[in-house]
Design a protein around this ligand. Structure first.
Ligand SMILES: C[S@@+](CC[C@H](N)C(=O)[O-])C[C@H]1O[C@@H](n2cnc3c(N)ncnc32)[C@H](O)[C@@H]1O
Length: 344
C-alpha cells in the first residue's frame, strides 16, 4: 500500500458553494475553453445502477464535462457535483443551468464532500458516483501540462493550488521519484529515469512537459510513448489521487441512505484494487475466525454487492470512445439493516 502523500503535497480544499463563487483565486490564468468536451464512459450502466429518479439525491464526485451529472439530472434526480477544477465548474454551471435548483456545483476535493454537504444541509444521499482521473478537456488542454505530446507548463494540477509536477520533479529525492514512478505508473525503468531527472535538473530545472517527455523518450521507441507511465504517475502524485480515493470511500459509505449505491469507475489497476478490496471487506458476510474453525459474521459488513465483477465497456462503446478501454465500474449497495456508522 503506497505511503500517503499528505506530507509531500500541499493539499487544498476550497468548497465554494454556488452563492459565494465569484472569482477564484487563481495562480494560473483561467482559460475558459469553449470546446469543453468529455464523453461520459459507461453512461447507460451508471444510470441503470444508480437508479436516478425524482426525489432522489445523488452526488457526482467528479463533475468533469458534466456528462454523467447531466444524465442523472435528466432522470429527475437532484445532483450535487464536485470538482477541483474551476474550469469544469464554470462550464457545467452554464451547460446544466436549465436544471435549475436540482443542480449544485461545489469546488473542492470529493474526499471533503461530507463537510460541504453538511453545509448544504444534506445528510443521507441515495447514490454516489466517482469517475476517477482526469477529463478529456484537461488532457487535451496543453496549458494544463498533462500531455507528454504537447508543449505546456509542467503543471498537472486538477485545481489551482498546491505543488505542480515541476515542483515535484525539481525537488523530490531520486528515491522518492523512483517510488512514485514504480507505484503509480508501474514504470519498469523507474530508478534509471529518476536518476536521469536528478542529473538533468542540476543543470536546468524542468519547466515544460516536452523537456521532461524528451528526456524520458531519448533513444526509446515502442507502441506506447515512453513517457506515458511517468506522466500518469506524476499526475496521480501531484493530485494525491490515491489518498483522495482512500479517504472518500469510507466517507461516502457513511453518507449513503440504506439501499443507496456507491458506483466507482477506475482507469488503472491500483485504483481498481483499492475499490475492489474496500467493497469486498465491507460486503463479505463472514470472515475467518483465528480462534475457531468456523468463520464468524463480518462486523464491518455494510454493503451488498451489486456488481460481482467489474463492468467494462461494450464493443460499441469501445469503438465510439477509445478512452473507455480501461474503464472498470464497481457498484455496492448500502445494507438496510446494520449500523449506520462509518465504514473506516
Ligand atoms: C474523468 S473526469 C469526469 C468526467 C465526468 N464524469 C463527465 O461525464 O464528464 C474526472 C474529473 O474529476 C475531477 N477530479 C478528479 N479527482 C478529484 C477529486 N479528488 N476531487 C474533486 N474532483 C476530482 C477532475 O478534475 C476531472 O474534472
Amino acid at each position: 500500500m503506497p505511503r500517503p502523500h499528505s506530507t509531500l503535497l500541499n493539499r487544498f480544499f476550497r468548497a465554494h458553494l454556488d452563492s459565494d463563487f465569484h472569482a477564484p483565486n487563481l495562480s494560473r490564468p483561467f482559460t475558459m475553453n469553449t470546446s469543453f468536451r468529455h464523453e461520459p464512459v459507461l453512461a447507460a450502466e451508471v444510470v441503470e445502477f444508480l437508479r436516478p429518479r425524482q426525489g432522489s439525491t445523488i452526488i457526482d464526485g467528479t463533475l468533469g464535462g458534466g456528462g454523467h451529472s447531466g444524465l442523472l439530472l435528466g432522470q429527475g434526480a437532484r445532483v450535487i457535483s464536485f470538482d477541483r477544477d474551476p474550469e469544469a465548474l464554470a462550464h457545467a454551471r452554464a451547460s446544466l443551468a436549465p436544471h435549475g435548483a436540482l443542480f449544485t456545483a461545489v469546488e473542492g476535493n470529493f474526499s471533503d464532500a461530507p463537510e460541504a454537504l453538511a453545509g448544504l444541509g444534506i445528510g443521507r444521499v441515495d447514490g454516489v458516483l466517482l469517475d476517477l482521473g482526469v477529463s478529456s478537456h484537461q488532457l487535451d488542454t496543453p496549458e494544463r501540462g498533462f500531455s507528454f505530446q504537447r508543449e505546456g507548463p509542467l503543471d498537472m494540477r486538477m485545481g489551482n493550488s498546491g505543488m505542480t509536477a515541476a515542483d515535484l520533479v525539481n525537488t523530490a529525492e531520486a528515491s522518492e521519484l523512483a517510488r512514485i514512478f514504480r507505484i503509480y505508473g508501474d514504470e519498469p525503468r523507474a530508478i534509471q529515469i529518476a536518476a536521469r531527472i536528478v542529473r538533468a535538473r542540476e543543470k536546468k530545472p524542468f519547466a515544460t512537459t516536452l523537456e521532461l517527455a524528451d528526456l524520458i523518450a531519448a533513444g526509446r521507441k515502442g507502441p506506447r510513448h515512453p513517457a506515458t507511465r511517468v506522466f500518469q504517475a506524476l499526475r496521480i502524485a501531484v493530485n494525491d489521487e490515491i489518498g483522495s480515493l482512500e479517504r472518500a470511500l469510507p466517507a461516502f459509505s457513511s453518507l449513503l441512505a440504506p439501499g443507496g449505491r456507491l458506483a466507482v469507475i477506475t482507469f488503472h489497476s491500483l485504483e481498481d484494487r483499492i475499490v475492489k478490496q474496500f467493497f469486498r471487506r465491507h460486503s463479505a458476510a463472514e470472515i475467518d475466525n483465528p480462534t475457531w474453525p468456523a468463520p464468524r459474521p463480518n462486523p464491518e459488513r455494510i454493503f451488498d454487492t451489486v456488481t460481482a465483477r467489474s463492468v467494462t465497456a461494450s464493443p460499441s462503446e469501445l469503438e465510439a470512445n477509445p478512452r473507455s478501454r480501461s474503464a472498470r465500474l464497481r457498484v455496492a449497495e448500502r445494507r438496510v439493516t446494520d449500523l449506520q456508522g462509518g465504514a473506516a
